[in-house]
Design a protein around this ligand. Structure first.
Ligand SMILES: [Zn+2]
Ligand SMILES: [Zn+2]
Length: 360
């Protein structure tokens, strides 16, 4: 079967024929229906940050249909429609038990199956994966699939597994934005737009979107942004102070840029929070004026929306089904798996927000 395989950073990803072993104990085989092309996939490709294991099958946002289950699988069966969770969660460790399964201690995010082995092979070579969404089929632990109702449109639902949960989760689970508060959102791609609509759903009254691409700022307005700033035209710090007078309650950095994290931190008011949603480069450093932390300011990371996928994915789907969460608008195009490199081109040129890869 066909899959997109990362070997080392470079200008293109190779789409090639590889093989996949059958699901082992506690694992499921999933036939992909849809996979979203995320900026994080591109960041691996260009070497912005390094995978734990390579080569690996790319793609971490997706949905599909269970086609086979391994021994002792009890929560799902062939034919079930599922959304992938980026994180496997044992359900038993301290972090799973305290409601933080994205921090699961047993599996972590390792690019291997929980037993440390790989299921994809090219000849005798092991090919690792997180979710392996850029593949016609993938095998994941049972706890990495979230079953959704049978009438769920999987192309739309696939975005919940990264763009929606990472953005919305950062707002409601991590930052805990309250009615009447204010937010600045640096970066209006697929995840940033979901931070914006999360802030809107949470009742924030001023939501300031910052991006250098005009079409993304226009999209931000449709997602609930109340103000937009293009840093190529206006100074973002000054503009935010003009809008809010003393800074925002929350600054979300959704790019992974150290200079943008420093800028975001400078825009929060006393008691404010800076939430790092973007993925900074491996070993990158930030510099902030530590004395300003004294006024109850904080800076925090947010991995995969600090989600409890078995619960959160379903209420996010309900928000979509009841018209309160915009997903259709995020999807700017569909391409077959073969056109992954073209999908990356569209992403980087600003032409697309989310391209959904389709499978035969
Ligand atoms: Zn992603
Ligand atoms: Zn765990």
């Amino acid at each position: 079967m066909k899959a997109a395989v990362f070997y080392k950073p470079g200008p293109k990803i190779s789409i090639e024929e590889i093989s996949l072993e059958k699901p082992k104990k506690g694992e499921v085989l999933v036939k992909l229906a849809a996979a979203g092309v995320c900026h994080s996939d591109y960041s691996f490709m260009i070497g912005h940050y390094s995978p734990t294991k390579a080569p690996f099958v790319m793609g971490h946002e997706g949905a599909g249909i269970i086609s086979e289950v391994g021994e002792d699988v009890i929560t799902t069966k062939p034919g079930d429609k599922v959304i992938f969770s980026m994180d496997s969660m044992c359900g038993k460790c301290t972090n799973c038990s305290t409601g933080n399964p994205t921090m699961c201690l047993t599996y972590g995010r390792t690019f291997t199956m929980p037993d440390g082995t790989a299921r994809f092979k090219k000849g005798n070579q092991d090919i690792y994966h997180m979710v392996g969404a850029f593949s016609e089929y993938t095998v994941v632990p049972e706890d990495q699939v979230i079953i959704v109702p049978n009438n769920t449109p999987l192309d739309k639902a696939s975005t919940i597994s990264c763009a929606v949960v990472t953005g919305l989760g950062a707002v409601v689970n991590r930052a805990k934005v309250q009615i009447g508060e204010t937010a600045a959102v640096f970066g209006c791609g697929g995840v940033g737009l979901n931070v914006i609509q999360g802030c809107s759903i949470a009742g924030a009254t001023q939501i300031i979107a910052i991006d250098t691409v005009e079409s993304k700022l226009e999209m931000a307005l449709t997602m609930g942004a109340t103000h937009i700033i293009n840093p190529t035209k206006n100074d973002p710090l000054q503009s935010i102070m003009d809008i809010t007078s003393d800074g925002v309650d929350y600054a979300f950095e959704v790019v992974g840029s150290t200079s943008l994290i420093e800028l975001a931190f400078s825009t929060i008011k006393r008691g404010g929070k800076t939430v790092i949603v973007g993925v900074p480069a491996t070993n990158s450093k930030i510099t902030i004026d530590a004395s300003t932390l004294l006024f109850d300011r904080s800076i925090m990371g947010s991995l995969h929306g600090n989600a409890n996928p078995r619960v959160d994915f379903l209420w996010m789907l309900d928000l979509y089904n009841t018209g309160k969460l915009k997903i259709d608008e995020l999807i700017t195009g569909y391409r077959p798996l073969n056109e992954l490199n073209e999908a990356f081109d569209d992403l980087i040129s600003g032409k697309s927000i989310r391209t959904i890869l389709t499978f035969e």
